[in-house]
Structures are given as structure tokens and as C-alpha cells.
Design a protein around this ligand. Structure first.
Ligand SMILES: NC(=O)c1ccc[n+]([C@@H]2O[C@H](COP(=O)([O-])OP(=O)(O)OC[C@H]3O[C@@H](n4cnc5c(N)ncnc54)[C@H](OP(=O)(O)O)[C@@H]3O)[C@@H](O)[C@H]2O)c1
Length: 318
């Protein structure tokens, strides 16, 4: 009898915790993933809230330059940090032409690891950064098992996806903490949700980004610093060049400028977001499935992308 009561209590607690978790996810779906995109624009401008300068890493292709453009449209001066000088000059010129703001470019190849940060720090020393967007990231060329991934690519993934967000956050937070304001946007990925077979290292780097982001948010909350965890699903950029279907895009796979327009609308308003409301709905439903099932689905999805990649390589060769 006593055993039955104990089991009943444990069962009731488990059901209550499950319900709280589900309701919390539903609340998050509405407040973080849907509301910011349907409410009127910011009450207080980003420049007033955080300062007049922003920096965006990985700002020559894909989401980065589009995010920088959106910030410039809101009156922020932007520092563009990427590896290709010519591309940086072009993006900077386009931004200055479109918005009456200042730009600065910093050439840095994050795959080189520790050596690049002294140069970046020196270049940023006179710039009071209000916003840092840790956007730079790299991906597998195509889905592959761990031993098939070239060692150099594994190091690139670690140096770019893990190293840059860590060191750039350190670099920006010290000044922001002294000024008592600032925003850090760390671009993560839906692949943080579970281990992802055939993109194991990429997904693991994004789990790191999420963990780092949520921890430093707590560390710097009392210094007036806002830390956003921005976790998109698929976006039609060259990162997904292994899949012509993803590169073509669609409603669920927005292009970089559509994505950036939505993501910047959520800046300063929510702490955790996918940045795009349709991604928010997908993120919610992905989380409903148990992890083991998501891992299996991930394997299946990446096997399909792998097939697509080799088919596309073959058809280009003919
Ligand atoms: N696309 C997606 O489906 C997707 C989904 C979830 C999350 N994300 C995340 O979103 C962020 C942006 O991705 P994206 O799709 O815009 O990627 P992308 O189109 O490949 O652009 C990446 C940017 O980073 C730069 N970059 C790459 N390696 C670099 C290095 N070693 N040093 C300096 N700059 C470097 C690239 O420079 P170049 O112009 O020289 O190539 C480019 O400007 C990443 O953190 C990614 O993980 C993307």
C-alpha cells in the first residue's frame, strides 16, 4: 500500500513536471518566437539602448552582411570582420551608400585560432562597441562520418565556431561592462537541439555556443548587458551548398535578407529566439519529439543531403 502511494506521488510529480515543461515551451513559442515579429518596432532605438557602434563577424556573405545592413538602417555604425578584404570593402561601400553611417573593416581569418585576436583588439581599441554579433560560422562541405571529415576541417569548425564566439565575447564584454550597457548576439543553430549524425562536430560546436551564451548572460546581467541566443534553422546561404534544395530556399528556408530583417526585429526584445517566426514554430515541434527520435531523423535527413550532394556533383561533372 505504502509502495503504491509512493509510486502514485512519483507519477503525479512526473506528470506535473511534463505539463510545466510543455506549457513553458508553448509560452516560449509565443513570447520569444512569435510576438517580437508581430509587435510594433522598438520603443527605444538600438543606438540609445546599446550605443552607436556594432560589430558583425562573418560579414561578407550570408546572414552577416544582411544583419549589418539592417543595423546600419537603424543608424548604427558598423565594424565588419571577415577574412576577405575585397568582399569586406564591397559590403562596407554598399552599406555607406545606403545608410548614412560609418563603417570599418577588419580582415581576420578566425580559422587561424589564437593569433588573430591581438590584431582585432588593436583595431577595436578606440571603438566603444554597443553591439557585437557573433555570427561567423562554418559547416561541413557535405554530411560525413567523423573519420571522413578532414582533420583540417575539424580544426576549422572548432576555431571558427567555438574559438571566435569565445574570444570575441571576452573582447567586447570587458568594455561593455565598464560602460554598463551593450548587447551580445550569439548565432547558434537548431542543430543545438540534439546530436546530429553526419554533422557531429558542427552540432557539437553549436551546443557549446548555446551553453556559453546562457552562462555569460547570467554573469553579465548585473552589468546591464543583454545577451541574446539566436538559433536559426535552415537559411538559404552558401553554408548549405551541399543541398541545391536548401540553397534555393522557400518559406521555411528564408533567404539571408529576409532572415536578418526578422532577426534584428527581435534584438533587444527577447533573450532566446530562432529569429524567424516560421523557424520558431518548427523549433517548437522539433522539441516535442524525444531526443533519440530526433537523432534518428537527423541521420536520415543528412543521409538524404549527402545523396543530394553527390548527385549534384555527378550532374555538374557531366
Ligand atoms: N545557413 C543556415 O542554414 C544556418 C542555420 C543555422 C545557423 N546558421 C549559423 O548562422 C551563421 C551565419 O551562417 P551563414 O549561413 O550566413 O554562413 P555563410 O553564408 O557561409 O557565411 C559565413 C560568413 O562567415 C565568413 N567566414 C567563414 N569562415 C571564416 C573565417 N575562417 N574567418 C573569417 N570569416 C569567415 C564568410 O566569409 P566569406 O565571405 O569569405 O566566405 C561569410 O562572410 C553561422 O554561425 C551559422 O552556423 C546558419
Amino acid at each position: 500500500m505504502v509502495l503504491l502511494i509512493i509510486l502514485a506521488i512519483i507519477g503525479a510529480i512526473a506528470v506535473i513536471l511534463f505539463l510545466i515543461d510543455s506549457l513553458w515551451s508553448l509560452l516560449e513559442l509565443v513570447t520569444s518566437h512569435l510576438m517580437p515579429f508581430f509587435l510594433p518596432t522598438e520603443v527605444q532605438s538600438l543606438t540609445k539602448k546599446f550605443g552607436s557602434w556594432a560589430a558583425v563577424t562573418g560579414s561578407t556573405d550570408g546572414v552577416g552582411p544582411e544583419y549589418a545592413r539592417e543595423l546600419a538602417r537603424r543608424g548604427l555604425n558598423v565594424v565588419l570582420i571577415s577574412r576577405n578584404q575585397d568582399k569586406l570593402r564591397n559590403v562596407a561601400a554598399e552599406i555607406e551608400k545606403e545608410s548614412a553611417v560609418k563603417t570599418k573593416i577588419i580582415v581576420a581569418d578566425f580559422s587561424k585560432g589564437a593569433e588573430v585576436y591581438r590584431h582585432i583588439e588593436e583595431e577595436l581599441k578606440d571603438i566603444p562597441l554597443g553591439i557585437l554579433v557573433n555570427n561567423v560560422g562554418c559547416q561541413y562541405e557535405y554530411p560525413a562520418r567523423l573519420c571522413e571529415l578532414p582533420a583540417a576541417k575539424a580544426w576549422e569548425l572548432i576555431n571558427v565556431n567555438v574559438g571566435a564566439v569565445t574570444m570575441m565575447s571576452r573582447l567586447a564584454l570587458s568594455g561593455m561592462a565598464v560602460r554598463g550597457r551593450g548587447a551580445l548576439v550569439n548565432v547558434c543553430s537548431g542543430s543545438e537541439l540534439q546530436p546530429l549524425p553526419l554533422m557531429a562536430v558542427y552540432a557539437a560546436t553549436k551546443v557549446y555556443v548555446r551553453s556559453l551564451t546562457l552562462a555569460i548572460r547570467e554573469e553579465y546581467a548585473s552589468h546591464g548587458i543583454y545577451v541574446q541566443h539566436l538559433s536559426p534553422l535552415f537559411i538559404a546561404t552558401k553554408m548549405n551548398a551541399f543541398s541545391p534544395r536548401l540553397e534555393r530556399g522557400g518559406l521555411l528556408v528564408p533567404d539571408a535578407s529576409t532572415y536578418a530583417r526578422h532577426a534584428v526585429a527581435a534584438l533587444g526584445r527577447v533573450h532566446d529566439t530562432t529569429g524567424y517566426w516560421l523557424h520558431g514554430i518548427q523549433y517548437f515541434f522539433i522539441k516535442v519529439a524525444p531526443e533519440w527520435m530526433r537523432i534518428k531523423i537527423g541521420m536520415y535527413m543528412n543521409q538524404d543531403f549527402r545523396k543530394e550532394h553527390f548527385e549534384s556533383v555527378r550532374s555538374k561533372a557531366h
